[in-house]
Design a protein around this ligand. Sequence first.
Ligand code: 3H9
Length: 690
Amino acid sequence: MAVDFETSGSAAILRLNRPPVNAIAADLRQQLQAHLRAALADPKIERIILTGSEKIFAAGADAAEFDAPPIEPHLPDLVAEIEQSSKPVIAAIYGAALGGGLELALACRWRIAAPNARLGLPEVILGVVPGAGATQRLPRLIGIGPALQMVTTGKPLAPQKALSIGLIDAVEADPLAAALAQDLATLLARPLLAEAPNPPADKQAGIEARQSAARKMRGQDAPQRAADLIEMTSDTSFADGIKAEREAFLSLRQSPQCRALRHIFFAERAARTPGWLKKATQPASLQKTAVIGGGTMGAAIAWALDQAGLEVCVVEMDESAAERASSNLARLAAAGLKRGLLSQEAHDSALTRIIVQASFENLAETDIVIEAVFEDMAVKKELFAKLETAAPSAVLASNTSYLDIDEMASALADPSRLLGLHFFSPAHIMKLLEVVRASQTSDLALRAGFDLAEKLRKTPVITGVCDGFIGNRINFRMRESADILLLSGSIPTEIDEAMRAFGYAMGPYETQDMSGLDISWATRKRKAATRDPNRPYVKIADRMCESGRLGRKTGTGWYRYDMGGQMEDPMVEDLILEESRLAGVERRVIPEAEIQETLLLAMINEAAHILGEGMAASGADIDLVMVHGFGFPRWRGGLAWHADQIGAKSIHASLKKLAADEPVLWEIAPLITELAASGGSFASWTKSPS
Ligand code: 3H9
């Protein structure tokens, strides 16, 4: 049963019971309505209590139902029936009450939450607006400003905060007992939100909420539509507001943005430890960790581990490097303090907790070691050979971005202990973790990678061993095609603006300036000897680096930086024009749509190569990498999802045209040819066993 019916004295308890999250699907709605009506019809019942399990009240509407036509009873009607019922209904909330879950609670006369409750309206994160009355009831309960804040950000509130803004009536250790004890007359005297007066307008809050949503949820329709609906409560009747809300909800739930956002939501959940690995292995023990190298990356990894509650030891090669590692950690702690993420006490204790040492001593009990040292194969091999004895029972992981993990494993007597854990900078913030499975990586080591991702609250994506793994490999092709556009007629600003217009928060050149041009310069130099001589190579970036233009940190890169912020730099344009001249290219005007199309085709083609080679398991994994590691707009569903919206046939035709001029650069991935011929999609494609 999706809803259990119990009685306690003169109270009926309707307990939502649809694991894992009490999603409000058709069966739950039908049973809830039937139990409600039964309780109303029973003369012995005086009050009705709506509750869930100890961990969850309800996660909201069942997002998996959004593609199908709505099934009766519709949630807004059920919510109205609860609100209008002749006997008082009380919400006793344990755990999360989200979306439609909170909307059920808003229909109740009294809302009591347990300390573990979380109350929120995260619909905009799935690309819809609340559709069961929250946009109209909530402002009437807590005012337009706080309602805008809750609905346009989708962020849930802790119970004390919810109490302070009047969203709930009490916080109790045992909400069910409190609901049974609540005085009946007080409940009955409570006015219904549907009949409450219009709240006063708050124009400034509306402007701020819209601006903030435009910045943080760039390109997304739902937050702006939600703001419209909330603002209309100041001068529109409840009935008209509900009608407008329903229309907005129904149209948004079928929109491309909502479909794309739901795809990412479900892909994120599907990315966790695969079922076969859970069956094959026990959960990894991960209490004691070590990070080798306390540079920018190593320190951020160590910080993330510490903040996830793990013991961390940072190992450096000598005392002065250890001092630098300590100051890197101190900087991270100070930033957390400044941003209000840490109390002074938490800041201080973290810094005393993390051990920084200049030796390989005391690692014998370590469960996992992550190396984040210089990208040099010989250095890494030597290091792992040392670690094999220094940390005899640990899983060993390399944070390399490009190097061959199979070759690294050859330095170990037991190569099955090694895997890649590729973090993205800044490692304590970025959600993506590429889990690199080398040819001899054991299931045990792989399990440790997935379990660590879970502890760090990161999204793991499994990848095979190849140059740049999934993300950097795709990104490299995007940058390569962008550089060719520079040579052909574009300037960095045009390319950056085009990609921002597509939905990226930053264009590729701004991003390079932000992260520094030197790392990829070093990679290019390392690969120079093995570069395909038939592949066009644009030297603009190399020349910039040679002249010391390494990005923001040097004050100049693709742009110039000073107190006024980021500015175009005529010297960069001169350099580009000179390279075009030297290459004998006649520059032309390249429209925004062509810039977007070229860069996307380069990425899609490389993604298809990666999938075809079996380096990524699915289109959804490609999507997670691009959204969580490379700023691909979430509301476009990720790269492979976006490719499916264009269609393989059309992609194939466009690539064919490009390949006619540049066959090496635009070598069409066999998978695209296959999908174009079969009419298939990335979403439905799985590699047939070889
Ligand atoms: C809405 O309410 C619209 C209404 O305003 C109007 C209606 C007319 N639907 O995250 P977890 C699945 S829109 C379907 O791993 P946790 C999830 O896929 C909704 N399925 O657990 C996973 O499946 P699997 C607004 C859902 O403990 C399993 O449940 N609400 C839904 O880490 C466990 O989930 C939201 O946006 C759903 N709504 O976190 C809330 N939610 O096991 C979305 C979860 O097969 N949900 N599943 O992989 C969440 O934020 C988290 O799931 C929650 C639990 C915090 C509740």
